[in-house]
Ligand binder design. Structure first.
Ligand SMILES: Cc1cc2nc3c(=O)[nH]c(=O)nc-3n(C[C@H](O)[C@H](O)[C@H](O)COP(=O)(O)OP(=O)(O)OC[C@H]3O[C@@H](n4cnc5c(N)ncnc54)[C@H](O)[C@@H]3O)c2cc1C
Length: 235
């Protein structure tokens, strides 16, 4: 197995639950203060897999260069997988290798307003992006989780809707909530992230039903049923 990408070693500083099925993992390392990336960026984490290492993609929740700390928030989903198992089992002082941050979505600073929508996995990059906006920015949005216990806390929260036991794939609950959002005037930018079918349906709704231009929609599909290692490329 070869890894051409730049990578660096970190140590798990601490692990704690931030919601019923969402675990924050704080990583520290000498390379961390030097990392440069834009809000919404992600890293590949090399977690233990069945046959050596598996590569799994996680958004950067927070970066505190002064403390050499990078924090991730990882959904503990029922289907399981090496990323999920690592998040459940890792403990302080474990070592883990990360690949340098990359970005798929980031903020459009010129937009009149910013719309955020996604499931609980999408809420990680989207709330990190929302936190990077100036206080005066106009923000709307909605996130979706199974129930109130799974809502992820944030300093500047947005509303959540609940899908209950329904599938997060192609979520009708989130679609309806975005359809009902009251939009501010002007040309907005929309940021959507989470299950891939939901992202596709949200994008279509925003273009056909809410007057967004395709180029104003920044979409980051993050997982899809039955596709292990989504977005990580080849092992
Ligand atoms: C750019 C990007 C950023 C991401 N950021 C985050 C993040 O910040 N936090 C986060 O939790 N995830 C994030 N993800 C999603 C995460 O990378 C995947 O969910 C990952 O594949 C999970 O790894 P795993 O080893 O647990 O499961 P895998 O081995 O990848 O998959 C095993 C099975 O679990 C299913 N599965 C995977 N994720 C979920 C889920 N959330 N709910 C239900 N079933 C699932 C798969 O479809 C598959 O059937 C991101 C993905 C991308 C592409």
């Amino acid at each position: 197995m070869t890894y051409p990408r730049r990578h660096f070693l970190t140590r798990v500083e601490g692990v704690h639950d931030v919601a019923a099925a969402m675990r924050q993992i704080d990583l520290v390392g000498p390379e961390v203060p030097r990392l440069r990336f834009r809000p919404g960026a992600h890293v590949v984490v090399r977690v233990p897999g069945d046959t050596g290492e598996a590569r799994r993609v996680y958004s950067i929740w927070s970066h505190e260069p002064r403390h050499s700390r990078l924090s991730l928030r990882i959904a503990l989903h029922d289907a399981g997988g090496p990323g999920c198992v690592w998040a459940r089992e890792t403990q302080a002082n474990d070592r883990v290798t990360l690949e340098a941050p990359r970005s798929k979505i980031t903020l459009d600073e010129t937009a009149a307003f910013h719309l955020f929508a996604g499931d609980e996995t999408g809420a990680v990059p989207l709330l990190a992006m929302r936190a990077a906006l100036p206080k005066a920015a106009t923000v709307v949005g909605v996130f979706e989780a199974p129930g109130a216990a799974e809502e992820m806390p944030a300093e500047e929260p947005l509303p959540w809707v609940h899908r209950g036991r329904a599938s997060a794939a192609g979520s009708r609950v989130l679609l309806r909530a975005v359809k009902d959002l009251e939009l501010p005037p002007g040309k907005g930018a929309a940021y959507i992230a989470g299950e891939s079918d939901t992202c596709r349906l949200l994008q279509r709704l925003l273009i056909e039903g809410r007057g967004f231009l395709r180029r104003s929609i920044h979409s980051q599909p993050q997982w899809t049923p039955g596709r292990p290692g989504f977005g990580a490329g080849q092992d």
